[in-house]
Design a binder for this molecule. Structure first.
Ligand SMILES: Cc1cc2nc3c(=O)[nH]c(=O)nc-3n(C[C@H](O)[C@H](O)[C@H](O)COP(=O)(O)O)c2cc1C
Length: 328
Protein backbone atom coordinates (compact mmCIF):
# COMPACT_ATOMS: atom_id res chain seq x y z
CA UNK A 1 0.00 0.00 0.00
CA UNK A 2 1.37 3.41 -0.97
CA UNK A 3 0.44 6.62 0.82
CA UNK A 4 2.22 9.91 1.55
CA UNK A 5 3.32 8.36 4.85
CA UNK A 6 4.91 5.24 3.33
CA UNK A 7 6.71 7.51 0.85
CA UNK A 8 7.88 9.95 3.53
CA UNK A 9 9.33 7.29 5.82
CA UNK A 10 10.40 4.72 3.23
CA UNK A 11 8.20 1.98 4.72
CA UNK A 12 6.01 -0.63 3.02
CA UNK A 13 2.89 -0.37 5.14
CA UNK A 14 1.22 2.79 6.54
CA UNK A 15 1.26 1.51 10.12
CA UNK A 16 3.18 3.14 12.97
CA UNK A 17 3.81 1.80 16.46
CA UNK A 18 3.52 4.83 18.73
CA UNK A 19 6.04 5.52 21.48
CA UNK A 20 5.09 3.60 24.62
CA UNK A 21 6.71 3.92 28.02
CA UNK A 22 8.20 0.57 29.15
CA UNK A 23 6.86 -1.13 25.98
CA UNK A 24 8.73 0.62 23.15
CA UNK A 25 12.00 -1.28 23.41
CA UNK A 26 14.21 -2.44 20.53
CA UNK A 27 12.45 -5.83 20.26
CA UNK A 28 9.04 -4.29 19.47
CA UNK A 29 10.37 -1.48 17.25
CA UNK A 30 12.38 -4.01 15.21
CA UNK A 31 9.43 -6.42 14.90
CA UNK A 32 7.25 -3.62 13.50
CA UNK A 33 10.03 -2.49 11.14
CA UNK A 34 10.60 -6.06 9.94
CA UNK A 35 6.86 -6.37 9.24
CA UNK A 36 7.03 -3.29 7.00
CA UNK A 37 5.77 -0.59 9.39
CA UNK A 38 7.46 2.13 11.42
CA UNK A 39 8.56 0.95 14.86
CA UNK A 40 9.60 3.44 17.55
CA UNK A 41 11.91 3.12 20.53
CA UNK A 42 10.71 5.24 23.49
CA UNK A 43 13.61 7.37 24.70
CA UNK A 44 12.41 8.33 28.15
CA UNK A 45 12.10 4.68 29.22
CA UNK A 46 15.88 4.58 28.87
CA UNK A 47 17.45 5.94 32.05
CA UNK A 48 20.18 7.89 30.23
CA UNK A 49 21.25 8.95 26.73
CA UNK A 50 23.91 6.17 26.80
CA UNK A 51 21.17 3.59 27.46
CA UNK A 52 19.21 5.01 24.51
CA UNK A 53 22.34 4.75 22.33
CA UNK A 54 22.66 1.07 23.35
CA UNK A 55 18.97 0.43 22.63
CA UNK A 56 19.32 2.00 19.16
CA UNK A 57 22.40 -0.17 18.48
CA UNK A 58 20.44 -3.24 19.62
CA UNK A 59 17.54 -2.38 17.29
CA UNK A 60 19.96 -1.98 14.41
CA UNK A 61 21.14 -5.55 14.98
CA UNK A 62 17.54 -6.80 14.88
CA UNK A 63 16.48 -5.03 11.66
CA UNK A 64 17.94 -3.44 8.57
CA UNK A 65 14.69 -1.52 7.94
CA UNK A 66 14.04 2.09 8.99
CA UNK A 67 12.92 2.65 12.58
CA UNK A 68 12.48 5.74 14.71
CA UNK A 69 12.62 7.08 18.24
CA UNK A 70 9.88 8.74 20.31
CA UNK A 71 10.76 11.86 22.28
CA UNK A 72 8.08 12.89 24.75
CA UNK A 73 8.40 16.44 26.10
CA UNK A 74 6.82 16.49 29.53
CA UNK A 75 6.38 19.48 31.78
CA UNK A 76 8.77 18.69 34.61
CA UNK A 77 10.62 20.36 37.45
CA UNK A 78 13.86 18.59 36.57
CA UNK A 79 13.61 17.90 32.84
CA UNK A 80 15.30 14.82 31.38
CA UNK A 81 18.56 15.35 29.47
CA UNK A 82 16.84 16.13 26.15
CA UNK A 83 20.01 17.42 24.41
CA UNK A 84 21.75 14.18 25.42
CA UNK A 85 18.89 12.00 24.11
CA UNK A 86 18.81 13.94 20.83
CA UNK A 87 22.58 13.53 20.44
CA UNK A 88 22.18 9.76 20.96
CA UNK A 89 19.50 9.73 18.23
CA UNK A 90 21.71 11.68 15.83
CA UNK A 91 24.85 9.64 16.60
CA UNK A 92 22.83 6.43 16.24
CA UNK A 93 21.93 7.44 12.67
CA UNK A 94 18.18 7.42 13.38
CA UNK A 95 16.36 9.47 10.74
CA UNK A 96 12.81 9.50 12.10
CA UNK A 97 11.63 11.01 15.39
CA UNK A 98 8.12 11.04 16.84
CA UNK A 99 7.70 14.01 19.15
CA UNK A 100 4.85 14.25 21.64
CA UNK A 101 3.74 16.24 24.65
CA UNK A 102 4.88 19.85 24.47
CA UNK A 103 5.52 21.69 21.24
CA UNK A 104 8.91 20.53 19.81
CA UNK A 105 9.82 23.98 18.39
CA UNK A 106 12.92 24.39 20.56
CA UNK A 107 14.43 21.15 19.22
CA UNK A 108 13.44 21.45 15.56
CA UNK A 109 16.64 23.13 14.29
CA UNK A 110 18.79 20.41 15.88
CA UNK A 111 16.64 17.61 14.44
CA UNK A 112 16.34 19.17 10.99
CA UNK A 113 20.09 19.92 10.70
CA UNK A 114 20.66 16.20 11.27
CA UNK A 115 18.30 15.35 8.38
CA UNK A 116 15.73 13.83 10.73
CA UNK A 117 12.07 13.59 9.69
CA UNK A 118 9.74 14.61 12.50
CA UNK A 119 6.24 13.30 13.08
CA UNK A 120 4.54 15.18 15.91
CA UNK A 121 1.71 13.60 17.86
CA UNK A 122 -1.06 15.88 19.10
CA UNK A 123 -4.71 15.84 20.06
CA UNK A 124 -6.18 18.96 18.47
CA UNK A 125 -6.35 20.73 15.13
CA UNK A 126 -4.90 23.92 16.63
CA UNK A 127 -1.82 22.10 17.94
CA UNK A 128 -1.48 20.29 14.61
CA UNK A 129 -1.52 23.62 12.73
CA UNK A 130 1.10 25.03 15.08
CA UNK A 131 3.33 21.98 14.52
CA UNK A 132 2.88 22.28 10.76
CA UNK A 133 3.91 25.95 10.97
CA UNK A 134 7.16 25.13 12.81
CA UNK A 135 8.16 22.65 10.11
CA UNK A 136 7.33 19.12 11.24
CA UNK A 137 7.04 16.68 8.34
CA UNK A 138 3.93 14.80 9.44
CA UNK A 139 1.43 14.49 12.27
CA UNK A 140 -0.10 11.75 14.33
CA UNK A 141 -3.60 12.87 15.31
CA UNK A 142 -4.67 11.27 18.60
CA UNK A 143 -8.45 11.11 19.15
CA UNK A 144 -10.22 11.07 22.50
CA UNK A 145 -10.44 7.26 22.45
CA UNK A 146 -6.66 6.89 22.55
CA UNK A 147 -4.60 5.23 25.23
CA UNK A 148 -2.32 7.70 27.02
CA UNK A 149 -2.92 11.45 27.03
CA UNK A 150 -5.96 12.47 24.96
CA UNK A 151 -5.68 16.16 25.93
CA UNK A 152 -8.61 18.13 27.32
CA UNK A 153 -10.80 18.74 24.25
CA UNK A 154 -12.43 15.27 24.12
CA UNK A 155 -12.94 15.18 20.34
CA UNK A 156 -13.15 11.60 19.00
CA UNK A 157 -11.53 10.58 15.73
CA UNK A 158 -14.72 10.53 13.64
CA UNK A 159 -14.71 14.32 13.95
CA UNK A 160 -11.06 15.07 14.65
CA UNK A 161 -9.61 13.35 11.57
CA UNK A 162 -11.84 14.98 8.93
CA UNK A 163 -11.30 18.32 10.72
CA UNK A 164 -7.55 17.75 10.49
CA UNK A 165 -7.94 16.88 6.79
CA UNK A 166 -9.80 20.16 6.24
CA UNK A 167 -6.97 22.22 7.70
CA UNK A 168 -3.62 20.47 7.20
CA UNK A 169 -1.34 20.39 4.20
CA UNK A 170 1.21 17.88 5.54
CA UNK A 171 0.30 14.18 5.80
CA UNK A 172 -1.08 12.75 9.03
CA UNK A 173 -1.91 9.36 10.48
CA UNK A 174 -4.93 8.46 12.59
CA UNK A 175 -4.11 7.51 16.16
CA UNK A 176 -6.37 6.25 18.93
CA UNK A 177 -8.77 3.33 18.60
CA UNK A 178 -6.94 1.73 15.68
CA UNK A 179 -6.80 -2.07 15.76
CA UNK A 180 -7.39 -3.79 12.43
CA UNK A 181 -8.02 -3.52 8.69
CA UNK A 182 -11.33 -1.75 9.32
CA UNK A 183 -9.51 0.94 11.28
CA UNK A 184 -6.99 1.41 8.50
CA UNK A 185 -9.61 1.75 5.75
CA UNK A 186 -11.68 4.11 7.92
CA UNK A 187 -8.57 6.19 8.68
CA UNK A 188 -7.84 6.51 4.96
CA UNK A 189 -11.46 7.41 4.23
CA UNK A 190 -11.39 10.15 6.89
CA UNK A 191 -8.36 11.78 5.29
CA UNK A 192 -5.42 10.15 7.09
CA UNK A 193 -2.49 8.56 5.25
CA UNK A 194 -2.17 5.62 7.62
CA UNK A 195 -2.59 4.73 11.26
CA UNK A 196 -0.69 4.76 14.53
CA UNK A 197 -1.39 2.05 17.11
CA UNK A 198 -0.36 1.83 20.73
CA UNK A 199 -2.50 -0.51 22.83
CA UNK A 200 -3.00 -3.08 20.04
CA UNK A 201 0.76 -3.59 19.71
CA UNK A 202 1.09 -4.42 23.43
CA UNK A 203 -1.00 -7.58 22.96
CA UNK A 204 1.52 -9.19 20.62
CA UNK A 205 4.07 -11.95 21.17
CA UNK A 206 6.88 -9.50 20.33
CA UNK A 207 5.96 -6.86 22.94
CA UNK A 208 8.57 -7.23 25.70
CA UNK A 209 6.10 -6.91 28.58
CA UNK A 210 4.72 -9.27 31.23
CA UNK A 211 2.19 -11.84 29.99
CA UNK A 212 -0.36 -10.54 32.56
CA UNK A 213 -0.53 -7.24 30.65
CA UNK A 214 -1.34 -8.98 27.37
CA UNK A 215 -3.98 -11.19 29.04
CA UNK A 216 -5.53 -8.12 30.71
CA UNK A 217 -5.94 -6.49 27.28
CA UNK A 218 -7.61 -9.59 25.84
CA UNK A 219 -9.95 -9.74 28.85
CA UNK A 220 -10.80 -6.02 28.82
CA UNK A 221 -13.78 -4.51 27.02
CA UNK A 222 -14.23 -1.04 25.56
CA UNK A 223 -15.84 -0.06 28.87
CA UNK A 224 -12.78 -0.78 30.97
CA UNK A 225 -10.72 2.39 30.59
CA UNK A 226 -10.89 5.39 32.91
CA UNK A 227 -9.71 8.99 32.67
CA UNK A 228 -7.39 9.95 35.50
CA UNK A 229 -5.71 13.25 36.40
CA UNK A 230 -8.50 15.33 34.82
CA UNK A 231 -8.46 17.81 37.73
CA UNK A 232 -4.72 18.34 37.09
CA UNK A 233 -5.37 18.99 33.38
CA UNK A 234 -3.02 16.12 32.60
CA UNK A 235 -5.71 13.62 31.61
CA UNK A 236 -4.59 10.06 30.96
CA UNK A 237 -6.69 7.17 29.70
CA UNK A 238 -5.75 4.03 31.63
CA UNK A 239 -7.00 0.48 32.18
CA UNK A 240 -9.17 0.27 35.28
CA UNK A 241 -7.75 -1.68 38.24
CA UNK A 242 -7.77 -1.50 42.04
CA UNK A 243 -5.04 1.19 42.07
CA UNK A 244 -6.96 3.32 39.55
CA UNK A 245 -10.17 2.96 41.63
CA UNK A 246 -8.23 4.19 44.69
CA UNK A 247 -6.91 7.14 42.69
CA UNK A 248 -10.35 8.09 41.37
CA UNK A 249 -11.77 7.89 44.88
CA UNK A 250 -9.10 10.42 46.01
CA UNK A 251 -9.97 12.68 43.06
CA UNK A 252 -13.66 12.50 44.03
CA UNK A 253 -13.06 13.18 47.70
CA UNK A 254 -10.47 15.94 47.34
CA UNK A 255 -12.17 17.60 44.38
CA UNK A 256 -10.33 20.48 42.68
CA UNK A 257 -7.86 20.61 45.62
CA UNK A 258 -6.26 17.30 44.59
CA UNK A 259 -2.51 17.55 43.91
CA UNK A 260 -0.04 15.28 42.19
CA UNK A 261 1.40 14.34 45.60
CA UNK A 262 -2.01 12.98 46.64
CA UNK A 263 -2.14 10.50 43.78
CA UNK A 264 1.58 9.81 43.38
CA UNK A 265 1.27 6.33 44.99
CA UNK A 266 -1.04 5.28 42.14
CA UNK A 267 0.93 6.84 39.24
CA UNK A 268 4.61 7.27 40.12
CA UNK A 269 6.82 4.29 39.30
CA UNK A 270 3.82 2.21 38.17
CA UNK A 271 5.08 1.32 34.66
CA UNK A 272 7.97 -1.00 35.60
CA UNK A 273 5.75 -2.69 38.20
CA UNK A 274 3.06 -3.40 35.60
CA UNK A 275 5.09 -3.98 32.45
CA UNK A 276 7.96 -5.94 34.00
CA UNK A 277 6.44 -7.26 37.23
CA UNK A 278 2.93 -7.99 35.93
CA UNK A 279 1.38 -6.28 39.00
CA UNK A 280 -1.93 -5.47 37.38
CA UNK A 281 -3.40 -3.55 40.32
CA UNK A 282 -0.42 -1.22 40.81
CA UNK A 283 -2.10 1.91 39.42
CA UNK A 284 -2.55 3.91 36.22
CA UNK A 285 -1.00 2.73 32.97
CA UNK A 286 -2.11 3.97 29.56
CA UNK A 287 -4.63 1.89 27.65
CA UNK A 288 -7.04 2.78 24.87
CA UNK A 289 -10.75 1.98 24.48
CA UNK A 290 -9.54 -0.20 21.61
CA UNK A 291 -8.93 -2.90 24.25
CA UNK A 292 -12.50 -3.92 23.38
CA UNK A 293 -11.29 -4.92 19.91
CA UNK A 294 -8.32 -6.98 21.12
CA UNK A 295 -9.13 -10.69 21.27
CA UNK A 296 -5.79 -12.42 20.70
CA UNK A 297 -2.02 -12.20 21.06
CA UNK A 298 -0.50 -12.73 17.60
CA UNK A 299 3.04 -11.95 16.49
CA UNK A 300 3.52 -8.42 15.15
CA UNK A 301 4.01 -9.87 11.69
CA UNK A 302 0.79 -11.93 11.82
CA UNK A 303 -1.11 -8.89 13.12
CA UNK A 304 0.18 -6.61 10.39
CA UNK A 305 -0.34 -9.21 7.63
CA UNK A 306 -3.92 -9.64 8.83
CA UNK A 307 -4.52 -5.88 8.92
CA UNK A 308 -3.27 -5.43 5.37
CA UNK A 309 -5.26 -8.44 4.05
CA UNK A 310 -8.43 -7.21 5.74
CA UNK A 311 -7.92 -3.66 4.48
CA UNK A 312 -7.35 -4.86 0.93
CA UNK A 313 -10.41 -7.12 1.08
CA UNK A 314 -12.54 -4.26 2.36
CA UNK A 315 -11.42 -1.89 -0.37
CA UNK A 316 -11.54 -4.36 -3.26
CA UNK A 317 -14.68 -6.23 -2.27
CA UNK A 318 -17.01 -4.77 0.35
CA UNK A 319 -16.55 -1.12 -0.64
CA UNK A 320 -16.21 -1.75 -4.38
CA UNK A 321 -19.47 -3.78 -4.32
CA UNK A 322 -21.38 -0.72 -3.14
CA UNK A 323 -20.73 0.83 -6.55
CA UNK A 324 -22.45 -1.30 -9.19
CA UNK A 325 -20.49 -1.51 -12.40
CA UNK A 326 -22.94 0.43 -14.53
CA UNK A 327 -21.49 1.89 -17.72
CA UNK A 328 -21.48 5.70 -17.53
C1 LIG B 1 1.19 1.74 27.64
C2 LIG B 1 1.27 2.98 26.81
C3 LIG B 1 2.31 3.87 27.00
C4 LIG B 1 2.41 5.03 26.22
N1 LIG B 1 3.49 5.86 26.39
C5 LIG B 1 3.66 6.93 25.56
C6 LIG B 1 4.83 7.73 25.64
O1 LIG B 1 5.71 7.52 26.48
N2 LIG B 1 4.94 8.77 24.77
C7 LIG B 1 3.98 9.03 23.83
O2 LIG B 1 4.16 9.95 23.05
N3 LIG B 1 2.86 8.29 23.73
C8 LIG B 1 2.68 7.24 24.57
N4 LIG B 1 1.56 6.45 24.44
C9 LIG B 1 0.54 6.76 23.40
C10 LIG B 1 0.76 5.93 22.12
O3 LIG B 1 1.95 6.25 21.48
C11 LIG B 1 -0.39 6.16 21.10
O4 LIG B 1 -0.46 7.51 20.76
C12 LIG B 1 -1.74 5.70 21.65
O5 LIG B 1 -1.60 4.50 22.36
C13 LIG B 1 -2.74 5.54 20.53
O6 LIG B 1 -3.96 5.10 21.01
P1 LIG B 1 -4.38 3.53 21.06
O7 LIG B 1 -3.79 3.02 22.33
O8 LIG B 1 -5.86 3.58 21.07
O9 LIG B 1 -3.79 2.85 19.87
C14 LIG B 1 1.42 5.31 25.25
C15 LIG B 1 0.36 4.42 25.07
C16 LIG B 1 0.27 3.27 25.83
C17 LIG B 1 -0.88 2.34 25.60
Amino acid sequence: MKTRITELFGIERPIIQGGMHYVGFAELAAAVANAGGLGLITSLTQPSPQHLADEIAKCRKLTDKPFGVNLTFLPSVTPPDYPGYIQAIIDGGVKIVETAGNNPQKWMPLLKEAGIKVIHKCTSVRHALKAEAIGVDALSIDGFECGGHPGEDDVPNFILLPRAAEELKIPFVASGGMADGRSLVAALALGAEGMNMGTRFIATKDAPVHENVKQALVAASELDTRLIMRPLRNTERVLVNAGVDRLLEKERTLGPAVTFADIAPEVAGVYPRVMKGGEMDAGGWSCGMVAGLIHDIPTVKALMDRIMDEAEGLIRQRLARTLPLVPA
